[in-house]
Ligand binder design. Structure first.
Ligand code: PLP
Length: 471
């Protein structure tokens, strides 16, 4: 056994090989040394454990293998993905992709210094929310606005500002959980307020709210049930009615609208999503929503409403812990600017473009991809298939959007193995596994990615590299 090990080149010898020398130039020297050691140790272990003789590759070949392996190991954890899942706001894939103008503006601001908290008009200290406040007010009709890290933070700081130590009235039909880690009762507890539940799961009436108001009440909260629907014998109280009950007792009405639609999504065949401006029009004092759901901007939480309350939120110490950075502000401002003209937004905001993509167009693209893939060695069958996309991100789960997919069944390999190889490709491709078939939904694939998708699918005809993770 010891003799066999002697045939393995030393770490120093390997580091002298042209393949590894090249990597040392781009990666830290110690990282390469450690990588080579790990690879050699693994190789020795494999040899010791093997019952048959294992041939040790020639030094050049071994260096090549280590270089390939290091290359895979050194890839960033966060990598671009072609989204073939058909889920438009996929939280696992970072929700909304940004519009080009938002990307460009963010890059320009990221690269250097920016007027984050300096008013360039007079050189005085300014507030960072100024970068987006005017736009938010213009698009929603609100008096004032502020931005935090996400809608969970928006809810927390809004409640901590107006309701700490006091009661907040919420309908039992609106105590939602979103994506496992967001549960409204828990968020309320974190913010230090007391939940006062009223009504039942399916029916809550105006009288339930008004009779619950007491000495301890600090606000009425309405929450949009983004990710479920109660059908049948139901009743909810409108924003307008809640506002009048709250105002009769001098209390603020808080409306968590969730996805934050700035335009009516009924035009995309999606009903039931509240439009932010309607909530302001109905008199809500504080309105909360996400920046990276239906707006199609960066991850953030937006709080708009009456000046008096927004000013209180700005003064809350939690604000310092929840404030957004210059890149988020730049991306949000650029995205919001597109909404000044609805047609521009529909053309430029990627999620709106995906939603309005005609089915015929998707089918044609799927057919073209199928033609190029069906004769590949690893493919048993490849056809176009009708399916359904989803909005995702906890929005409108019951509403399916008709779509077309490339449906591919592999020849010898299992579909899960093919899915794994596609995940480790560059760029990674993620589809939907359905029994023995991998579905790639073209609604969430950018048309300019079609060629890359074909090339990646073609590359599966080459056997995987030994030593690479997907081997
Ligand atoms: C999505 C959602 C949240 C959480 O928003 P994040 O931006 O994910 O923190 C809160 N409330 C409602 C109604 C939502 O739809």
């Amino acid at each position: 056994m010891a003799n066999i090990f002697r045939n393995i080149p030393s770490v120093n010898e390997l580091l002298e090989s042209p393949q590894l020398k090249k990597i040392v130039q781009t990666v830290n020297h110690q990282v390469v040394v450690d990588g080579v050691r790990t690879f050699i140790d693994d190789l020795k272990e494999t040899i010791s454990a093997a019952t048959d003789d294992i041939e040790i590759p020639a030094p050049g070949e071994l260096a090549e293998k280590i270089a390939d392996w290091l290359h895979v190991e050194q890839r960033p954890y966060l990598r671009p993905v072609i989204n073939g899942t058909g889920i438009i706001l996929h939280t696992g894939l970072g929700r909304a992709p940004l519009a080009n103008s938002a990307v460009e503006e963010t890059m320009a601001i990221a690269r250097g210094y920016a007027s984050v908290e300096i008013d360039l008009a007079d050189g005085q200290r300014g507030q960072r929310v100024k970068a987006v406040e005017k736009l938010l007010c213009e698009l929603t009709g609100a008096e004032a606005a502020v931005v935090v890290n996400n809608n969970a933070a928006a809810t927390m700081i809004a409640l901590a500002t107006v309701a700490t130590g006091k009661e907040v009235i919420v309908s039992r039909g609106q105590l939602i959980e979103i994506g496992g880690s967001y549960r409204l009762p828990d968020v309320m507890e974190c913010s230090g307020c007391k939940l006062k539940e009223v009504g039942t799961t399916n029916k809550t009436h105006a009288a339930d709210y008004s009779s619950a108001v007491g000495e301890e009440t600090s606000a009425i909260l309405k929450v949009h049930p983004s990710n479920f629907e109660v059908v049948g014998f139901t009743n909810t109280v409108s924003t307008k009615e809640l506002v009048s009950i709250a105002h009769a007792h001098d209390l603020p009405m808080i409306d968590d609208v969730g996805s934050g639609a700035l335009i009516d999504f009924a035009k995309f065949g999606l009903s039931n999503e509240p439009v932010v401006a309607d909530s302001i029009k109905d008199g809500a004092d504080i309105v909360l929503f996400s920046g990276d759901k239906l707006i199609g901007g960066p991850q953030c939480g937006i709080i708009i409403g009456k000046r008096k309350y927004i000013d209180q939120v700005l003064k809350n110490s939690l604000m310092r812990a929840m404030r957004v950075d210059k890149m988020t502000l730049a991306a949000l401002a650029a995205t919001l600017r597109l909404y000044r003209n609805t047609e521009t937004a529909e053309r430029e905001v990627p999620i709106l473009r995906m939603l309005s993509m005609p089915e015929a167009n998707l089918k044609l693209r799927a057919q073209k991809i199928v033609e190029q893939i069906q004769d590949q060695r690893w493919v048993k069958s490849c056809v176009v298939a009708e399916s359904q996309s989803m909005l995702g991100g906890g929005s409108l789960p019951t509403q399916k959007i008709p779509t077309w997919c490339v449906a591919v069944e592999p020849q010898d390999s299992s579909v899960n193995r093919i899915a794994a190889r596609l995940r480790s490709a560059t760029p990674a491709v993620i589809g939907r596994v359905q029994k023995d078939t991998l579905l790639i939904d073209l609604r969430t694939v950018f048309p300019e990615q079609d060629m890359i998708l074909v090339e990646t699918l073609e590359s599966l005809s080459t056997p995987p590299q030994e030593g690479s993770r997907d081997a």
